[in-house]
Design a protein around this ligand. Sequence first.
Ligand code: UD1
Ligand code: PEP
Length: 447
Amino acid sequence: MTGTDDVLLVHGGNPLEGEIRVRGAKNLVPKAMVAALLGSEPSRLRNVPDIRDVRVVRGLLQLHGVTVRPGDEPGELVLDPTHVESANVADIDAHAGSARIPFLFCGPLLHRLGHAFIPGLGGCDIGGRPIDFHFDVLRQFGATIEKRDDGQYLEAPQRLRGCKIRLPYPSVGSTEQVLLTAVLAEGVTELSNAAVEPEIEDLICVLQKMGAIISMDTDRTIRITGVDRLGGYTHRALSDRLEAASWASAALATEGNIYVRGAQQRSMMTFLNTYRRVGGAFEIDDEGIRFWHPGGSLNAIALETDVHPGFQTDWQQPLVVALTQASGLSIVHETVYESRLGFTSALNQMGAHIQLYRECLGGSDCRFGQRNFLHSAVVSGPTKLQGADLVIPDLRGGFSYLIAALAAQGTSRVHGIDLINRGYENFMDKLVELGAKVELPGKSSLV
Ligand SMILES: CC(=O)N[C@H]1[C@@H](OP(=O)(O)OP(=O)(O)OC[C@H]2O[C@@H](n3ccc(=O)[nH]c3=O)[C@H](O)[C@@H]2O)O[C@H](CO)[C@@H](O)[C@@H]1O
Ligand SMILES: C=C(OP(=O)(O)O)C(=O)O
């Protein structure tokens, strides 16, 4: 999607009402696909959404000789890693900047081929996003890494060995890097200060189905006993709690009512508590969760993002749009990414009152205090929003702009909407199903 196709006209001021479905999690599905590379038999992954991050990983797997084909049910992929082979560096490099997942190919490729080439990473521009923990971890397993202009070249001179690792911060990607490397390494790996997000637990379930031996202690320590061989898996991916929360925030900000089929209470408990504190209503059944604005005014709150089981950082941006409609002063302290509040300047252009601060406000001191990062916000509400010209900065920021445009009076032009396809399946169809008045310029009818 390029040129005018990448702009969406949003005529705001109407509640979003109806039902949409979320499928497998963006932050699990591509990693479960990478895990298939470790097996000596085919794997079946169900509940796979059609999003860009999945397409990127599918392409990379195919370049490495993995056959990927649709399975028997919609959203099922069969991944056959029987003939893994080296890929052409130039072909891999075509995926540079596309997502963060390519770095997780390191362990599986080192085990299967003894070497790996990883292109430059992409992902949202919400902070520096270094990968130093990943490098340290891989070196501890015995890999050698050479950084060149086009990417990282890795080699495993001999079988990788289990080791004792302590992460400086419970990083999701680094924890997954350890899991995907340790399962076939020689001996035991002990990982302390690990991240324990629901998507990581689901990845552990996938690996256990393949034959891995992994235990998790209550103190964030994960122990992995390496095995000599892994088989395939059949797995239904856990659903996308981040997408579900985005639609929940859209229901609140537009005074709407959305049933999110596929949303699961267990992975969303912290979000649901916060949603209730803000004044949002929800009802949970076996198939999903209904979210709605119950009328009256919303409550201002103090919110701090954190690693699981804290409030997920990817929930923050969409919820901030709803907080612009709450009465009083809300405080938001972003402790996971140093630059994840920049998207609020566009909300201010639309009429919101959001002030950013360098200090750690409203919670504990975090890694970013005293370091010149505008990582705390005070949101003063309620404020009426007006349509504006908006340029999407990142995935969740982009969805937040859509929510703001839908809640605003008048028409907004939202530029760069293709970025949203990275993590939200068929979002335009879903908007239309919920009654949003959206239009692709140049097309005669609503999308
Ligand atoms: C594809 C995917 O699953 N993305 C998710 C993943 O990103 P990702 O795995 O990239 O995020 P991490 O948990 O690794 O990052 C958390 C923090 O650790 C820092 N860090 C990380 C690695 C490293 O080597 N050095 C370092 O300093 C990061 O800059 C950041 O400040 O977890 C994040 C935190 O839940 C989510 O927001 C992202 O949606
Ligand atoms: C930050 C995100 O993703 P990624 O790590 O893929 O950039 C996100 O999903 O909000």
